[in-house]
Write a protein that binds this ligand. Structure first.
Ligand code: GLU
Length: 449
């Protein structure tokens, strides 16, 4: 019988060879694969069924041209993607990212992680992700609409309420989802509310979907802290980013009695010793779509610094990276640790580099990995799908109670799996294993497909 470690290494080498130059995808695959060694040792049936070989190869990848005309009348072309990674436990589900850095590697790492994240929520959703290398920054509403309509004109051929249900991610919020929904409806005819999530409340959206990822991250970290007799109350928190995840992480952490001292955007970060004024950040980012540097004009006692990495040198008890992938490197992790950080909760997808995760774990810092800690967004997306199917809407309290329960369950299931497989307290390993087992069992039951 093959040794689990050899099996994992062999399949990982094959993944690297088959997907050359896709460093983010390799990184996501390696983290999961390494966590699964104890699972294969205990249950060789997953090796016999070629689960790793199959789970690391997307069921389908769609790449397409997205032509549009800018406000100057110039023809522009972007590249669109949808990765339909795994549909063992439900239809493909995952967001759409519009950002200039988007490429096959980024979409595949996100789609791969989504399989396990969605499984962890306990809901019947498979893994998918999409996006385009389009930069929404500085674009007019008209340009955003034309681009988004062009994107959906192609994407609509591959999605549907029981096939693949996209939602938002970086660069895609309520405005873009609205344009996508309108275009999908226009092409398909008929009203299929369940084809997208993150919709406006007026046309089938769920209360609390906007808040869900940020709130969920804080609920998850609250559980981690509770187990150690700690809490958000009275603590200092640093949140990177100022998008949808960051804003609602700041809101919930503040409601729980923390002081959030800093947040950022892709140009730089602000430090407000009095605690971030969230109303200002919300208006600047959600309404006026301005840069975070504008904050100090209204709050002159606060400081603005160019560049993002410096945010991790601000002393804090709890760090919530909510901006983007690989935003915490080894050096930043060491600074956070030296400054006495107690917990790190990942609101963004894969924000900590592997060296940073190792540093947190080996220094006994509580570490909530993205797949578990930021699963609240997609979990409430699945609740939106459920409401659409039933043609009713739950109250904000009902959704919040369900979200809270889901986050507590994810925490407990991850802790349990970590314990059971010999890594007590290691939520990264626990979340990877707990997310994997449900999908792997479904794959075994469904045969070699
Ligand atoms: N983009 C979010 C994520 O990374 C949400 C996906 C969804 O709601 O489908 O999980």
């Amino acid at each position: 019988m093959q040794v689990a470690k050899d099996y994992v290494n062999e399949v990982y080498e094959a993944v690297k060879k088959r997907n050359p130059n896709e460093s983010e995808f390799h990184q996501a695959v390696k983290e999961i694969f390494d966590s699964l060694v104890p699972v294969f040792t205990k249950h060789p049936k997953y090796m016999d069924n070629g689960i790793l070989e199959r789970i690391s190869e997307p069921e389908r990848i769609i790449t397409f041209r997205v032509p549009w005309v800018d406000d100057q009348g110039k023809v522009r072309v972007n590249r669109g993607f949808r990765v339909q990674f795994n549909s063992s436990i439900g239809p493909y589900k995952g967001g759409i990212r519009f950002h200039p850095s988007v490429n096959a590697s980024i979409i595949k790492f996100l789609g791969f992680e989504q399989i396990f994240k969605n499984s962890l929520t306990g809901q019947p959703i498979g893994g998918g992700k999409g996006g385009a290398d389009f930069d929404p920054k500085g674009k007019s509403d008209g340009e955003i609409m034309r681009f988004t309509q062009s994107f959906m004109t192609e994407l609509c051929k591959y999605i549907g309420p029981d096939i693949d249900i996209p939602a938002g991610d970086i660069g895609v919020g309520a405005r873009e989802i609205g344009f996508m929904f309108g275009q999908y409806k226009r092409i398909h005819g008929g009203y299929e509310a369940g084809v997208l999530t993150g919709k406006g409340l007026e046309y089938g959206g769920s209360l609390n979907r906007t808040e869900a990822t940020g709130y969920g991250t804080v609920y998850f970290v609250e559980e981690m802290l509770k187990d150690k007799g700690l809490s958000f109350a009275g603590s200092t928190v640093v949140v990177s980013g100022s998008g949808n995840v960051a804003i609602y992480a700041i809101e919930k952490a503040t409601q729980l009695g923390a002081k959030v001292a800093a947040c950022s955007d892709s140009n730089g970060y602000i430090y407000d010793p009095n605690g971030i004024n969230l109303e200002t950040v919300k208006r600047l980012k959600e309404v006026e779509r301005k840069r975070i540097s504008e904050y100090v004009k209204e709050h002159p006692h606060a400081e603005y610094y160019e560049g993002c990495i410096g945010i991790w040198s601000i002393p804090c008890d709890i760090a919530l990276p909510c901006a983007t992938q690989n935003e915490i490197n080894d050096v930043s992790a060491q600074i956070l640790i030296a400054n006495g950080v107690k917990a790190v909760g990942e609101g963004a997808n894969m924000p900590s580099k592997p060296e940073a995760i190792n540093a947190f774990l080996s220094n006994n810092i509580l570490f909530g990995p993205a797949k578990a800690a930021n699963a609240g967004g997609v979990a409430v997306s699945a609740l939106e799908m459920a409401q659409n199917s039933m043609r009713l809407s739950w109250t904000s309290e009902e959704v919040d109670v369900k979200l809270h329960e889901i986050m507590i369950n994810i925490y407990q299931n991850s802790m349990k799996a970590a314990e059971e497989y010999g890594y007590p307290g290691n939520l990264m390993v626990g979340a990877n294993i707990a997310g994997f087992i449900k999908v792997a069992d479904a794959m075994v039951m469904q045969g070699i497909i």
